[in-house]
Write a protein that binds this ligand. Structure first.
Ligand SMILES: [Mn+2]
Length: 269
């Protein structure tokens, strides 16, 4: 990647809303003293998706968060990632996502999320659902997609726990997650990793589906706020791809993109 691109992402590390004097936060119960670490899967083919995902996450967060893009080329340079890309990998972070606990030094909780998410809710509400008795927490989708291709023609595969790994809260300090070393992440099968086979079922906590609202699958029920998406997941492809410009909720993403671009222009003036 060129140094120009690196510069463009130079503020990926971002701490927000920290009171510089006391380091105390308005929430008061002490859970938010340390910024919450969020790792976003990055793919050079979906740079705008990453930017908008990050923008909406920061914009609506009332707690301090640190955002790190998971970039495969950087992980390779650091010697954390070396596996060859398989045909079924639709993004560069298909496997590198499972380095999240390692990248967080096996400490505290951290979130991994795909770049094809749009945040409408405050991430604090998700962090408040964290329960230390679990090794991970995620939306436990139960479905078999009808579509056979996704994004720019990559083949859709159907497997148990499909899409569970696209947004995961990792209890990085949990002893069971110590197994996720670079060695294991680089050699284990997609089934082992994406189905969380290093864990027992009872170690996998559940969060409401609105935190991984699958476009084309999940539905809003009028008058029922519990179905209103807090994080929209354009899992089939989003408006940053020409053929998905008119997809459901595509207008919301395009509006955020416009806002992000305007803000970016102001900054560089
Ligand atoms: Mn996705």
């Amino acid at each position: 990647m060129s140094s120009g691109t690196e510069q463009h992402h130079s503020n990926d590390f971002e701490v927000k809303n920290v009171d510089p004097v006391s380091n105390n936060l308005s929430n008061g119960n002490g859970n938010y003293r340390k910024p919450f670490k969020i790792f976003i899967g990055y793919d050079p083919h979906e740079d705008l998706a990453y930017e908008v995902c990050r923008y909406t996450l920061l914009k609506r967060s009332s707690i301090p968060v640190e955002i790190f893009p998971i970039k495969q080329n950087e992980l390779r340079q650091k010697g954390f990632y070396w596996r060859e890309r398989g045909k079924l990998e639709s993004t560069e972070f298909s496997f590198s996502r499972f380095l999240t606990p390692f990248l967080a030094n096996y400490e505290g909780w951290a979130m991994f999320v795909d770049c094809d998410f749009l945040y409408l809710g405050n991430i604090k509400e998700l962090v408040d659902l964290i329960d230390d008795k679990y090794a991970i927490m995620c939306v436990q989708h139960d479905y078999a997609p009808k579509e056979t291709t996704k994004m720019d023609g990559a083949v859709q595969t159907v497997y148990p726990r499909k899409n569970w790994s696209s947004m995961v809260l990792y209890n990085c300090g949990h002893v069971k997650n110590r197994i996720l070393t670079p060695e294991v992440v680089n050699k284990e099968t997609g089934a082992f990793l994406h189905r969380f086979q290093w864990l027992e079922d009872h170690e996998i906590g559940e969060v409401p589906f609105v935190w991984n609202f699958l476009v084309g699958h999940n539905k809003v029920v009028e008058g029922d706020p519990s179905t209103f998406p807090k994080a929209i997941h354009y899992t089939l492809g989003g408006p940053w791809f020409e053929q998905w410009k008119d997809c459901e909720f595509g207008d919301l993403w395009l509006n955020e993109l416009e806002e992000y671009k305007k803000r970016d222009e102001k900054k560089t003036d």
